[in-house]
Design a protein around this ligand. Structure first.
Ligand SMILES: NC(=O)c1ccc[n+]([C@@H]2O[C@H](COP(=O)([O-])OP(=O)(O)OC[C@H]3O[C@@H](n4cnc5c(N)ncnc54)[C@H](O)[C@@H]3O)[C@@H](O)[C@H]2O)c1
Length: 305
């Protein structure tokens, strides 16, 4: 839903990595999704994939029976704009799109990408009344990939050897890069990097999205699209990957009635389980502050819900 930069990039990676047999791009802009889909489909013979890619303008019937639906519809951040400022515009879009999806794909698992993502995920959950395992907000996968990239740059070691997660809200001030638990092939990164260097990596990660928005003039799409495709792969192909996702908490991490990033096992059912981390006092305090900020933003939904 939304064939813009992130939606189209996600479709491209799904096809290239052979994650799904069919992808439908839907957009509100007349002819836009059709054009993106046709352009992408014309790479199939060159790049060698068999995924069929169809584009439609607002025709939800074409999406009927979808297993997974990704919501990227909305407007992206402009330079200097916070994710929070997007709330008013994107809330109306996400609500109506989620309702339309379920009319035609009642069994779908919904992945929410539109910002402010934690609040949009909460909105989609409340608006649809779906069970909590079927609404998944994508933010932590992207923030973690940025975290691992900055760690690999600081360490001067291959990014694929770096492991680490970012939990908490998907916002410049609310995300929590877990530097204490990050590792270079299982060895704590603190063995190789000073506390100052680790703090710099965490700071760079937190403004990772804003850095790109400033450079590009709009928000990024390659890493967001790839992170969504990674999550969709774990759902469609029942991979049981551990991915930090924004999901509904019911007492976990000391929080209730909120969607916020925590590590989850993602399988064909959506959120199979939430992984409990043994946070230290400082990390738990950051998580509590992050939850308070997300909750504060959720209050703005009262006029929409
Ligand atoms: N969660 C994350 O990690 C993450 C990362 C990057 C971007 N985002 C967010 O994802 C969203 C999309 O970003 P983008 O860069 O692809 O923006 P974009 O402007 O390129 O694409 C958005 C598309 O949504 C379409 N759209 C608007 N209303 C619609 C509706 N009612 N139904 C269907 N389509 C509709 C627009 O026509 C547009 O083509 C933004 O809200 C952005 O902030 C989130």
């Amino acid at each position: 839903m939304g064939a813009g930069n992130v939606g189209a990039s996600c479709a491209e990676y799904i096809a290239l990595k052979r994650i799904a047999s069919k992808v439908v791009l839907l957009d509100i802009k007349e002819g836009f999704a059709e054009g993106k889909a046709l352009d992408l489909y014309q790479t199939a013979t060159t790049l060698g994939f068999n995924t069929s890619i169809e584009g439609v303008t607002n025709n939800y019937k074409a999406t009927a029976g979808s297993d997974v639906v990704v919501i990227t519809s909305g407007i992206p951040r402009k330079p200097g704009m916070t994710r929070e400022e997007l709330i008013g515009i994107n809330a109306g879009i996400v609500k109506s799109v989620s309702e339309n999806i379920l009319e035609h794909s009642p069994e779908a698992i919904i992945v929410v990408v539109s910002n402010p993502m934690d609040t949009m995920t909460y909105l989609a959950l409340k608006a649809t009344g779906l069970p909590k395992n079927r609404i998944i907000g994508m933010g932590g996968a992207l923030d973690s990939s940025r975290f691992k990239t900055y760690l690999s740059l600081a360490l001067q070691k291959p990014a694929n050897d770096i492991h680490g997660m970012v939990i908490g809200g998907h916002g410049d001030t609310t995300m929590i890069p877990l530097t204490r638990l990050a590792s270079y092939n299982g060895v704590p990164v603190s063995q190789f990097l000073s506390q100052t260097a680790l703090e710099q990596v965490a700071a760079d990660t937190m403004v990772g999205g804003a850095t790109l928005t400033k450079l590009l003039g709009t928000s990024a799409w390659y890493a967001p699209g790839a992170s969504v495709a990674y999550l969709v792969d774990s759902i469609l192909n029942d991979q049981k990957r551990m991915i930090p996702c924004s999901v509904y908490l019911d007492g976990e991490y000391g929080q209730n009635d909120i969607c916020i990033g925590v590590p989850c096992i993602i399988d064909a059912s959506g959120v199979a389980s939430i992984v409990s981390l043994d946070l230290n006092a400082a990390e738990q305090e950051k998580f509590n502050q992050s939850a308070a900020a997300v909750r504060n933003m959720n209050d703005a939904l009262q006029t929409v819900l």
